[in-house]
Design a protein around this ligand. Structure first.
Ligand SMILES: Nc1ncnc2c1ncn2[C@@H]1O[C@H](COP(=O)(O)OP(=O)(O)O)[C@@H](O)[C@H]1O
Ligand SMILES: [Mg+2]
Length: 255
């Protein structure tokens, strides 16, 4: 039995959170994903490691239908989402929170309004219910008393936490993080790494974290998937990847 047949059988037994079934994706003439197969279990923290420009962000975008595969399929919760239109993608996008690389807060809105925004768009909650929810999520990310500050007045680490509070405000089943520690100093990086694990445990969600920070990956992951030339070259626990004797994986870990 080949590796991908085995993974496909496994995917049928208990629907995983996500399953990439031999996904190919090119932009112009550049082949980015070349038959990528990856299974993400429900409730795990999976870290995707790989060099810059390898297609890590493209993988995350496939999981919320921001990018569609040229060939192959992407399943979320057992459902093939690879050819759905925007309307049909709405429930998927509600279920899967996405923390974009630069946080992307609305600069003209206060912290409170930034975090409350998805609730106003997607729910019929009243002002008091919204206030309670926003406060609850701010507390979860370790920020209180900053509701009326503007994003420009916050440090990089605080902005990251506000973006995280906004990404979990609709209580998603999964959270995708794109380079959550890039541009942060070492102390803030440690803090954000711990916070991702705390949020994961508190909300009992599936977390997928894209990074090239190896230390952060080792600290937060249940499993690490190493992306190389459009395919997953290795997937396993942090200690398994540490013990993996593939020279390309080892070179990356040492870099
Ligand atoms: N929308 C797009 N249009 C054209 N090229 C793209 C697009 N998205 C990604 N790419 C290309 O795909 C490659 C992988 O991108 P990306 O997933 O952002 O890499 P990573 O996140 O691993 O740094 C890059 O060469 C990038 O230029
Ligand atoms: Mg990227």
């Amino acid at each position: 039995m080949t590796g991908s047949v085995r993974i496909r059988r496994q995917a049928k037994k208990t629907p995983p959170f996500a399953f990439f079934d031999e996904v190919y994706k090119s932009f112009d003439s550049k082949e980015v994903l070349r038959g990528l197969t990856l299974l993400i279990r429900k409730g795990e923290v999976l870290v995707i490691l790989g060099g810059s420009g390898n297609g890590k962000t493209v993988i995350l975008k496939h999981m919320v239908g921001l990018v569609a595969p040229d060939r192959g399929r992407v399943f979320i919760d057992g459902r093939d989402i690879s050819r759905l239109d925007d309307n049909r993608l709405l429930p998927v996008r509600r279920k899967v929170g996405f923390l974009f690389q630069n946080g992307a807060l609305f600069d003209s809105m206060s912290v409170f309004d930034n975090i409350a925004f998805p609730l106003k768009e997607h729910t019929a909650m009243n002002g008091e219910e919204i206030r309670v929810k926003v406060h609850e999520k701010l507390k979860l990310v370790g920020l209180e008393g900053v509701e009326w500050m503007m994003p420009a007045a916050l440090s990089g680490g605080m902005r990251k936490r506000v973006a995280l509070a906004r990404a979990i405000i609709l209580e998603p089943e999964a959270l995708l993080y794109d380079e959550p520690t890039t541009g942060l100093d070492p102390i803030t990086t440690k803090w954000v790494t711990k916070l991702m694990r705390n949020v994961h445990e508190s909300l009992k969600i599936t977390s997928v974290i894209v990074t090239h920070n190896i230390q952060s990956a080792m600290a937060v992951a249940d499993r690490i998937a190493f992306l190389y030339r459009g395919r997953i070259k290795f997937v396993g626990t942090p200690s398994e990847i540490g013990a993996c004797d593939d020279p390309i994986v080892q070179e990356f870990l040492r870099s």
